[in-house]
Design a protein. Structure first.
Length: 384
């Protein structure tokens, strides 16, 4: 037994270990609770201002690089969007052929063959008159050159008075030749860029048309299974309406081509079939297509007489107004169930943002947006 009294402590004995740590002499007598995590002075959450600034700067740099990359690829992304819209627009035709016994690959091939036949017919109608016009222009240029040196002709008297040949030679020698060459090179670059863009759009559209079911199944897998069925039904409705939009656009273009053929045949304007075909193709381009077609037909009608050309121009102005504000909106309303005002505003907005391609995809985008609002947004707002 120990000789030390119970109330006395041994000064040499070690103090017992306190698991809660040393007590605060100025604090309460009880043991202090467990310590929280150490906080570093600075920003919120204990992070230093350097870490916050570095993260914000890195995010800003990455966002700037992403925006710059998207801007560089904007033309390519626009072409890919156009190719996808074209493939989706032709999907009803491919499905109809598939339901009649053709495999999907053969259905796509049949659609491509049909478009190739249409373009071949257009070329067959256009090449002969264009060749004849080029030959006539070459002969006329040679005749004009001869008349310029003939002092008894009208062109010769104009040359004696205004010295047209001398002024033209002076302009070419003082840098005009380089400007002409630059203009020719610019036109060549425009043609090459247009052909390249057309090849890209056609190639991507063919691949999308051939593999559209696989692409849809792959995209649907990103949606949770509980919501996948509804998402699929909404997506199929959007694709169906986009296809009907394409058919409505083709119908309005056929109307424009038939109206052109009837007008040219009635007023004996040369090449009515070729002009009708040309206007039908151009009319599929919103905003500027029908205008370009009307200008070309009016210029051709000028070979008939000036009054016929003026009457043709007036006819196309009236037809353009009727098509934009009467035919196209009503056709789109029955084809895709879109209000005429929405159709006009969508085409104008898309054309302002992305030009011709934006005008082409504006109505399908408006259709998709309307379906999404009807299925997901308006039910929640009505129930609120």
């Amino acid at each position: 037994m120990s000789d030390t009294p119970a109330g006395d402590a041994d000064p040499g004995a070690a103090a017992p270990h306190d698991p809660d740590g040393p007590r605060d002499p100025k604090g309460p007598s009880g043991p202090r609770g467990p310590r929280g995590p150490a906080r570093v002075p600075g920003g919120p959450g204990g992070r230093s201002w350097f870490t916050i600034g570095f993260g914000a700067g890195l995010g800003a740099v990455l966002a700037w690089l992403l925006v710059r990359t998207v801007l560089r690829l904007s033309e390519l992304l626009t072409l890919l969007l156009l190719a996808f819209v074209i493939a989706v627009s032709l999907e009803p035709v491919v499905r109809w052929l598939s339901r009649h016994g053709l495999r999907r690959a053969w259905s796509v091939a049949a659609v491509v063959a049909g478009f190739a036949a249409v373009l071949a017919g257009f070329v067959a109608l256009v090449v002969p008159p264009v060749g004849a016009a080029a030959t006539g222009l070459t002969d006329a240029v040679n005749r004009w050159r001869t008349q310029l040196h003939d002092h008894h002709s009208t062109l010769g008297r104009l040359e004696d008075r205004y010295h047209v040949i001398e002024k033209a030679q002076h302009q070419l020698s003082s840098g005009g030749a380089s400007k002409v060459a630059g203009g020719v090179l610019g036109a060549g670059q425009l043609v090459l860029s247009t052909v390249t863009s057309a090849v890209i759009v056609i190639t991507v559209a063919l691949y999308v048309m051939a593999g559209l079911p696989t692409i849809k199944r792959f995209c649907y897998r990103f949606v949770p299974g509980t919501r996948r069925e509804r998402f699929e039904s909404v997506s199929e409705e959007i694709l169906s309406r986009v296809g009907r939009f394409m058919l409505g656009n083709v119908a309005t273009s056929v109307i424009a081509g038939l109206a052109t053929f009837a007008w040219c045949a009635a007023w004996s304007v040369p090449y009515p079939a070729a002009l009708g075909f040309f206007v039908a193709l151009m009319d599929m381009i919103p905003i500027v297509g029908s205008t370009v077609g009307g200008v070309v037909v009016s210029l051709v009608a000028l070979s008939r007489s000036l009054p016929v050309a003026v009457a043709t121009a007036v006819f196309y102005i009236a037809f353009r107004l009727a098509e934009d504000y009467l035919i196209m909106p009503r056709a789109m309303r029955y084809a895709v169930d879109v209000h005429p005002v929405v159709t006009v505003v969508a085409v104008l907005a898309g054309g302002s943002l992305l030009g011709i391609i934006g005008a082409l995809v504006a109505i399908p985008v408006a259709v998709a947006l309307g379906i999404v609002l009807d299925e997901y947004v308006f039910p929640k707002t009505d129930a609120a």
